[in-house]
Design a protein around this ligand. Structure first.
Ligand code: TYD
Ligand code: MG
Length: 398
């Protein structure tokens, strides 16, 4: 009987040197792994992979970047603009998969990038590139090749609104690692999220900022996301939220204004519209806030999405603060899930949230009383526990 030797985890993992990228991968690119990086067109997938490829190429190993989307000249121009490249980064314009793999065999690189899986085709299938059959066939062939050669392969996959089913989601169960690069259209921030990782945790996320010379890792996202906060603090509340296991401070804003349409409008940017509807309903019915004639616009600053219920309290406070023109203390953070009777429900990862707020210099924290039932957490923050939304608003507004 033959047995595969157990390779030391760290030896089979090669860091790209882009910290935020390596963090999401669980430390680096794993030998013979097949990874998919998905995202909307134009979000920055090619830029990120080109940067990662060139960093690896700078460390002395060759990297093959197969581009079916852009000509080699375009890719070269881009890498010149990014100030990267080097002799060991080989760019190949090819859509025929077996031709690309033949080149890869010859080069024996440290990494192969296929940009994108939608543009390559396998001769063993007759359908057009990008069709379901081709996507599956090419991904399978690449999987076999990666396992056989020991060379890690990264696939780029576009996610489009109408083609989502036929896109990367279809490939998720075949590949070892699935990452998504996300961001709001007009924001400079990009999040790299792992939704599947056979070699690591899916709790890690990477934060990047788009710049003229490519994506730059943001090592201190909290600082970045609250850096432009308005001083008067009206309609603005900071919440320590969790992205995977990573705590991050973000600013939630709300603006109420008298409605001119028959029905008042509710707009949520970066927040779950259903949470906004719930929070405004509870404010109207349980606290007697007159929001029936008010439009409400709520946003998360920086283009992030905060979907977790603990953001309810920050949202409610921001709405009431805007409505009453009363400030929320600039040294305070707030979190808590709001129930339909107006009660505050406990949230998870208490200590991580408190630590992050403390680290960024906040002094006070408004939180559900239910979170303190099992003892007081260790923190230097002044804790302001509240059992109900009404009580929290009393304590939170200045
Ligand atoms: P690109 O990497 O081509 O996106 P994708 O491969 O996901 O379709 O990026 C889209 C455009 O944005 C491209 O013209 C380059 C530009 N860009 C920057 O100028 N700076 C950046 O940091 C990023 C990520 C992109
Ligand atoms: Mg691209």
């Amino acid at each position: 009987m033959e047995m595969a030797a157990l390779v030391d985890e760290d030896e089979a993992r090669r860091p790209t040197g882009i910290g935020e990228f390596d963090r999401v991968l669980g430390g680096g690119v794993v030998a013979d792994s097949l990874a998919l990086i998905g995202g909307d067109p134009g979000i920055g997938k090619s830029t990120l992979l080109l940067q990662a490829a060139s960093r690896l190429a700078e460390s002395g190993r060759s990297v093959l970047y197969v581009s079916g989307e852009e000509s080699a000249r375009q890719v070269k121009m881009r890498s010149t603009r990014l100030g990267i490249g080097g002799e060991r980064l080989f760019v190949l314009t090819e859509t025929n998969l077996s031709a690309a793999l033949a080149q890869a065999e010859a080069l024996s690189p440290a990494l192969v990038v296929i940009d994108s899986i939608q543009t390559v085709y396998s001769e063993s299938a007759e359908q057009a590139p990008g069709s379901i059959v081709q996507l599956r066939q090419c991904t399978m062939e690449l999987m076999r090749w990666a396992k056989g050669s020991g060379v890690p392969v990264f696939l780029v996959g576009h996610v489009t609104k109408d083609g989502e089913i036929a896109g990367p989601r279809l490939l998720e169960h075949i590949v070892d690692v699935v990452l998504y690069l996300e961001g709001e259209r007009f924001s400079n921030y990009r999040l790299l999220r792992s939704v599947k990782n056979r070699f690591g945790s899916v709790d890690e996320i990477g934060v990047f900022e788009m710049t003229g010379d490519g994506l730059r890792g943001v090592e201190n996202p909290s600082e970045a996301f609250i850096s432009e906060r308005a001083r008067d603090g009206i309609g603005s509340v900071v919440i320590p939220t969790l992205e995977g296991s990573r705590p991050m401070l973000v600013e939630v804003q709300a603006l109420t204004s008298p409605t001119v349409t028959p029905a008042p409008r509710r707009t949520a940017n970066g927040l779950d519209i259903n949470r906004l509807l719930l929070v405004s309903a509870v404010l109207s019915r349980r606290l007697g806030e007159s929001l029936a004639q008010q439009d409400i616009i709520a946003s998360v600053v920086g283009g992030l999405r905060v979907a977790e219920p603990p953001a309810d309290l920050a949202l409610a406070l921001a709405i009431v603060s805007s409505q009453k023109d009363r400030a929320v203390g600039g040294d305070m953070v707030a979190f808590g899930e709001i129930g339909l009777s107006g009660e505050l429900r406990s949230v998870g990862h208490l200590e991580r949230r408190l630590n992050e707020a403390e680290r960024l210099g906040f002094k006070r924290c408004l939180l559900p009383e239910a979170n303190l039932r099992r003892g007081r957490p260790k923190t230097s923050l002044e804790l302001l526990p509240a059992a109900t939304l009404r009580e929290a608003i009393g304590k939170g507004l200045q």
